[in-house]
Design a protein. Structure first.
Length: 264
């Protein structure tokens, strides 16, 4: 079949295309919020509504138009599995992973108007909390990161490169580091300085991005193989197990980084 960007499984390919199309839309929504200063003036309810409206199209649009592109029942469709996986992995990233970012990487949230919060009671120092809006925003962030990783990794895997079994983990790290660095860089702008920042931005860009990339080193390979072919479809239980496995692998790597690197 030769090198290809999109999955040979049409049920998966059209969803990946939609995720790409929607990516600049949610980015524009986030940029508008920062440019207008809405994140500093809106009430908690308005912030939650913006977050929900930003994340909802990733699930609702594929659900509404799926019949045009696939004959799969909704409970066995890739759009549901992709969103389910991202919800599981994103929940871990916010509920547990944020505590690591607060205490070890120097991340600071300043959203006094976002009073609805949800984060671990057991892990971390507890000096900061995670606004629920971050769960919504993380969903679309991770949607874009994972969709683009799938597309690039697939192109490389199908290009016939020698030694692909050894190169695949390298490619996973490079793509993961790229997105970790890009997100960190995007957050390091004056528009967000009063709401979000890292105490030591230079260290975060140089070293913290590699630690953040552990999320994607654990997750990209698992997410990649969900329904990659029409013959090997995953059940919803397998999808949840995959998201939980990626979460636990990330937890181990973050703990290892804490032992080796310590706090920035």
């Amino acid at each position: 079949m030769g090198a290809r960007w999109f999955s040979s499984n049409p049920d998966k390919a059209w969803v990946e295309r939609f995720f790409l199309i929607y990516s600049p839309v949610w980015m524009a929504s986030m940029a508008m919020m920062m440019l207008t200063g809405w994140d500093k003036t809106w009430s908690d309810g308005a912030m939650l509504l913006h977050g929900a409206l930003t994340a909802a199209p990733a699930l609702l649009v594929p659900a509404l138009v799926a019949k045009r592109y696939t004959g799969q029942p909704w409970w066995d469709s890739y759009w549901l599995k992709a969103n389910l996986y991202l919800a599981v992995f994103g929940f871990f990233g916010n509920y547990f992973g944020s505590e690591y970012f607060f205490d070890m990487l120097g991340m600071v949230y300043v959203y006094p108007n976002a009073t609805t919060t949800l984060d671990s009671a057991l892990l971390g120092s507890g000096t900061q909390t995670v606004p629920v809006i971050m769960y919504f925003y993380t969903h679309v962030y991770f949607m874009t990161y994972h969709a683009t990783a799938n597309i690039v990794l697939r192109r490389l895997r199908t290009a016939g490169l020698p030694g692909m079994a050894l190169l695949f983990p390298v490619f996973v790290f490079v793509i993961g580091y790229f997105w970790a660095w890009m997100e960190t860089t995007a957050m390091a702008n004056p528009m967000m300085a009063q709401s979000f920042y890292y105490r030591k931005m230079e260290l975060m860009l140089a070293y913290g991005s590699a630690i953040y990339a552990t999320y994607f080193i654990a997750s990209f390979p698992i997410y990649y193989f969900i329904d990659e072919t029409r013959e090997k479809r995953w059940s919803l239980v397998q999808v949840v197990a995959g998201g939980l496995s990626a979460s636990m692998l990330t937890f181990y790597m973050l703990d290892f980084a804490a032992k080796v690197v310590g706090s920035l």
